[in-house]
Design a protein around this ligand. Sequence first.
Ligand code: CO
Length: 134
Amino acid sequence: MLGRINHVAIAVPDLSQATATYRDVLGARVSQPQALPEHGVTVVFVELDNSKVELLEPLGAESPIKAFLEKNPSGGMHHICYEVTDILAARDQLKQAGLRILGDGSPKTGAHNKPVLFLHPKDMNGTLVELEQV
Ligand code: CO
């Protein structure tokens, strides 16, 4: 079911500062900020040869990463995203195996305009897992 790692996501308290660190200090290519109101975050992607790092900053009062940043004020690893070829088939297979899908279980459109789902971290060894259909 699992394809490549699409990205690893890091929640950050200050996106412009985090962007400056990756771009100006580490010399990485960083995309323009993208507001994703449906997900309650603003994101940039650090583009690496073999994968991407997604930097997430809260957007709006109801941001799902707000509590995470309260617990981790300087930021922290937030989720890992794996690619799948058929997200609905993957979801059905995972549900059958007893894994919980966050939200209403239907894919949302992610930062790459592709369908994404999140799996409950308690079912995934304490790691929030995103699946993205590619
Ligand atoms: Co992500």
